[in-house]
Design a protein around this ligand. Sequence first.
Ligand code: NAP
Length: 329
Amino acid sequence: MLGGVVRDARPRYAHLVQERPMALLYKADPVRGKEWARIMAERAPDIPFRLWPEVGDPAEIRYIAAWVPPPDLGHAYPNLEVLFSVGAGVDQFDLASLPERVPLVRMIEPGIVGSMVEYVAMAVLMLHRDLVAYVAQQRERVWREIRVRPPGGRRVGVLGLGELGTAVLDRLGAFGFRRAGWSRSRRDLPGVDCFAGAAELPAFLAQTDILVCLLPLTAATRGILDRRLFAALPQGASLVNVGRGPHLVEADLIEALDSGRLSAAVLDVATPEPLPGDSALWRHPRILLTPHIASMTQPETAVDVLLANIRRHQAGQNLVGLVDRSSGY
Ligand code: NAP
């Protein structure tokens, strides 16, 4: 009799497991959330889509895609299996407060990469062709040429040789710049002088005319763009910060620009965001600012990447973009 009970119980249990919804909760920009909803309905009708704050039954949420995650993640969503960042970075997540059992995955998708490559190419070309100086001259009605330097004599260095840094360096090769990059572990990229680790940072900086920051924000990289780093660059070098605002020590940048150590800076990120109206960065004549738009997750491509990861997870395979909590990126 006991055996009979066990045999009967299995199919009933299996049936319940199959019927349990596997919903995805989206908590980021609501306008793009509506696009996600439409695309998800087309491409994954088997995964119910919930747009924050319409969570429905929290026990049905298996996946969360968020810029900033909902509060009390560990307890409020007992069946959560994967937490996805809708951005390439995860510094907006408090890693210590996230449940250990839930993997955190960052977004690596063609839309983010394509727009970052475009932005950095634009910024590097603007700096290479002295656009910041020409904008100032235009304001003063000054018609004065600055000698054009061939790109082969301009050295572009990228801090961070990850998904974005390598794509940027690859595209910059087409313009003929001399290229270098710096990362934690040693990388080998065709046509790029690769430097690794703190010990090689000074040598990398000493031969960089246009420095691009594409590092993740971690305890090790916070405040890296400071007076000491600027002093290690050649006189008159320039900066593009497309990493995160807290990579930069703002007062040190202004001092470096005012003293002529640096010639110009293009900043896409700031601390805090939005940048307060009284920040000195707004008014500095040799700073160009954009409001964190260098690259944006594109729903059309991001949904496919996220769905492929969910399918991988369901098949017990490795997740692409899995964050290593010990390194923070
Ligand atoms: P990624 O693939 O994780 O690459 C990070 C790179 O930084 C790796 O090469 C890594 O070295 C290096 N790195 C990390 N910590 C380091 C350290 N302490 N010293 C030296 N190198 C270090 O990241 P990604 O996808 O390229 O994205 C990079 C960052 O771009 C994001 O984290 C985000 O902050 C920023 N971002 C900005 C925007 C925007 O719109 N402004 C948009 C997207 C992303 P290893 O190769 O040795 O691991």
